[in-house]
Design a protein around this ligand. Structure first.
Ligand code: AMP
Ligand code: GLY
Length: 421
């Protein structure tokens, strides 16, 4: 079988790494891939980004399955375009991907189907947004409606920050067209978990839980990022919470979409917040795997990911199960200097010479230039390890990380700490 993976981050390296372990898979292409996928056996990077070009390639190469990593091509309708050409692809259609590509769509959808989420209002005009803030003081959350790589959310702890966020999104167009509409949302207090399922349109197969670290700095300080580290499983997601998420969020979402005439096939990611009383609310939906959550999740997955995704793309997920390694896994992201604002790229990366068992360095923003591995993106590497306990995994990951060098590297030193406390 031949597989095409769309994307070039840490998530796509992890998907390619896991899919390459399948006995059935002979060759994997990753478009565009990164320095890490270039190093892997049976994996080739592909310098094609346009959907039409990818379709031509998939037809000519007789690709058996295409898996889409990031949200942008999904929002552009890559799945619809592949289907039109009778190509097998795993991911949601453009209509289904609105759960992620428009926060307004997803909030209104949740309201229609009684899916628990924060109270909200939408604005396109600066004056009304400022007026609304006068009656709804901080803490409050301001979100760009469209896609902003996880950075279009401001959790304002003061009224001043809230007004500034409105101005930067609506007046200064900080997020361009993604922020011509904004959501102002009630602030929720609690702990977060990432809950991801595979769906073939009707059958739902949950993956094991994980927890991301969205803020740049230790102790959840600094700006929101795409994610600075994650671990799996998340002890926060007990059986009780797991069942609540399935019953109150995941199942009503898949069924609600179907009732509205939209079949959801793909990864569905619910960002969940759990309060002190164990009530849950949905922070957001993504229509894809999380990054970096994919790395620790797939590091614990047993069995054949290709076979699961192929069956899901063919609507044959019924009866399929996934077994999980009992060990705990963790990924610590190493990011470039000045990420997430304006990361400095083009620095040489020095990796350890040997690979320790139970660890793996997933690449994200890396590229080979003149046989040298260089930084090429904001998040550079995802140092991943597993162990009998989260603490063992954490210590292993940080030990490997201490052997990696590039100028200006920044990383959090407290990934996993919340679960350990
Ligand atoms: P989102 O992209 O909507 O998941 O938002 C990014 C991050 O902002 C989340 O992971 C939370 O840490 C935080 N956040 C989003 N919405 C809220 C909310 N209503 N209350 C508190 N924090 C929030
Ligand atoms: N790590 C969060 C996300 O992938 O959206």
């Amino acid at each position: 079988m031949k597989v095409l993976i769309i994307g070039g981050g840490g998530r796509e390296h992890a998907l390619a790494w896991k899919i390459s372990q399948s006995q059935e898979v002979k060759k994997i292409f990753v478009a565009p891939g990164n320095g890490g996928t270039e190093l892997e056996r049976n994996i080739e990077n592909l310098n094609i980004t346009e959907i039409e070009g990818l379709i031509d390639f998939a037809i000519k190469q007789k690709i058996d399955l295409t898996v889409v990593g990031p949200e942008a091509p999904l929002a552009l309708g890559i799945v619809d375009a592949f289907h039109k050409n009778n190509l097998t692809i795993f991911g949601p259609t453009k209509a289904a991907a609105q759960l992620e590509s428009s926060k307004e769509f997803s909030k209104r959808f949740m309201a229609r189907h009684n899916i628990p989420t924060a109270k909200f209002a939408t604005f396109e005009d600066t004056h009304s947004a400022h007026e609304y803030l006068k009656n709804n003081p901080a803490p409050i959350v301001i979100k760009a409606d469209g896609l902003a790589s996880g950075k279009g959310v401001v959790v304002a702890m003061t009224d001043e920050e809230a007004h500034e966020a409105v101005d930067s999104m609506l007046s200064d167009k900080l997020y361009g067209s993604a922020g011509t509409k904004i959501i102002i949302e009630e602030f929720l207090l609690g702990e977060e978990a990432s809950f991801i399922v595979i769906c073939d349109g009707s059958t739902i197969l949950p993956l094991d839980s994980s927890q991301d670290h969205k803020r740049l700095l230790d102790n959840d300080a600094g700006p929101n990022t795409g994610g600075m580290g994650a671990y799996s499983p998340a002890p926060l997601v007990t059986d009780e919470i797991n069942n609540k998420i399935m019953d109150q969020v995941i199942i009503p979402t898949i069924e609600g979409m179907k009732k509205e005439g939209i079949t959801f096939s793909g990864f569905l990611y619910a960002g969940i917040i759990v309060d002190k009383k164990n009530n849950i609310k949905t922070l957001e939906f993504n229509c894809r795997m999380g990054d970096p959550e994919t790395q620790p999740i797939l590091f614990r997955m047993q069995g054949d990911l290709f076979s699961v995704l192929y069956k899901a793309a063919k609507q044959e997920l019924k009866g399929v199960d996934i077994n999980w390694d009992n060990q705990h896994s963790i990924t610590v992201v190493m990011a470039a200097k000045d990420y997430p604002i304006k990361p400095i790229l083009g620095n040489e990366i020095k990796l350890p010479n040997t690979e320790e068992k139970g660890t793996f360095i997933f690449h994200a923003g890396t590229i080979f230039k003149n046989n040298k591995l260089m930084t090429s993106g904001g998040r550079v590497l995802g140092v991943t390890a597993k162990g009998e306990t989260l603490e063992i995994a954490k210590n292993k990951a940080y030990r490997i990380l201490s052997e990696i060098e590039f100028d200006g590297a920044q990383f959090r030193t407290d990934i996993g700490q919340k679960a350990l406390n």
